[in-house]
Design a protein around this ligand. Structure first.
Ligand code: SF4
Length: 99
């Protein structure tokens, strides 16, 4: 599914959000790793879309760690469905890497 017009704004809001969703989901250690928060994944996704970061295997691996993003569903302060937005954006980064 293509990136929706509002998805970039959503990614920007999430990237600079202090993870207010985090206290709302389980405190399991793997969900609390800073680099895997919805904010971190949003920031990295924006960097790939802007071609500031390569879409290589390391980047794809980092973006695949979705446990915290999945856990944020239903707990986002803004009502975002970040797993869906990140999936649409990741599909778009494939076009960026070939474009
Ligand atoms: S999912 Fe929502 S609450 Fe969580 S970091 Fe992103 S914008 Fe903030």
């Amino acid at each position: 599914m293509p990136l929706l017009p509002e998805d970039i704004a959503t990614l920007n809001t999430c990237a600079f959000c202090p993870n207010t969703c985090r206290p709302s989901y389980p405190a399991r250690a793997d969900l609390q790793i800073e680099a895997q928060t919805p904010s971190a994944l949003s920031l990295l996704t924006l960097a790939v879309l802007a071609r500031r970061v390569q879409r290589d295997s390391d980047t794809l691996h980092a973006l695949s760690r979705r446990d915290a993003a999945d856990a944020s569903r239903g707990h986002c302060t803004y009502g975002f469905d970040m797993p869906a937005v990140l999936t649409r954006a990741l599909d778009q980064t494939e076009d960026v890497s070939h474009g």
